[in-house]
Design a protein around this ligand. Sequence first.
Ligand code: UDP
Length: 319
Amino acid sequence: MRVLVTGAAGFLGSHLAERFLNEGHEVIGLDNFVTGSRDNALHLSSYPGFRLVEHDISNEYYFDEEIEGVLHFASPASPVDYLNLPIQTLKVGSLGTHNALGIALAKKARFLLASTSEVYGDPLVHPQSEDYWGNVNPIGPRGVYDEAKRFAEAMTMAYHRYHKVDTRIVRIFNTYGPSMRPSDGRVVSNFLVQALQGKPLTIYGDGSQTRSFCYVDDEVEGIYQLFHSERTKPTNIGNPNEFTIQELADIVLEETGSQSPIETLPLPDDDPKVRRPDISAAKAALGWEPKIELREGINKTLPYFQNSLSQSSESTGTN
Ligand code: UDP
């Protein structure tokens, strides 16, 4: 099979592309490197079945070759990134999704949309199952990501119903692991980098807000299985074990042995107070559930950040 992965140089896109390559498929990776990393693309380029296209999928693109699958992962995904890139985020979620669906339609390819737990916004129902419609502020700063992804889901379902495109929608919950950028800005990478550098761990607000963290290998396995399944309804893929941000900070300090203090910073606007996936649909349809718990996942991620930080200190002459 030959698949197109948009956002292939990004954190999840690159892991997913690698998964398809390891299964013997060919991958065309498309990225405009706004938040994707050259290192990820370089790593994928070591596979003979990989081809990189440098392009912004918010603008149309035409492929000559046959394509059997389109996986649309292009988008800034860290709140820091999408708050800095609000227009690009709205464009890639709307125009980018339209263009990626257009490729799937033209090629008669299966399409998978990377959606998000952010479609539930600051949820009033807990845990979140797929039939919850969410609580999103359309005009708040996070609206650029949340509404783009909600629009992307609506567009995907329109192509499914009207054009009969074979679609899948995965709602991804907080995922972490190797190949996140150290400057990504999300909480796991921030805390690990801060702990390793002996800098204060920055907790936004009082640290009582919760998230449920999924290790990247579990997330990619769930997405890969969903792509190959017959389930067209949106599907939560995440780890249902829920932690407060304070608990996460404590775990990071324990596992790194760091003496970093805690620094409290203001809570961003509309920061969801709780988040936890109900994964019964994924369990029933795919037989999938995550296997790697938070402490184990943190330990699997640590060497990557240790390595990235030592490389960047070598290149800048700092330590
Ligand atoms: N957060 C934090 N310190 C940080 C980064 C994030 O306390 O350095 C908090 C953030 O306010 C949110 C949670 O951690 O409540 C998860 O944030 P992240 O940016 O990882 O993703 P989100 O789940 O908000 O999309």
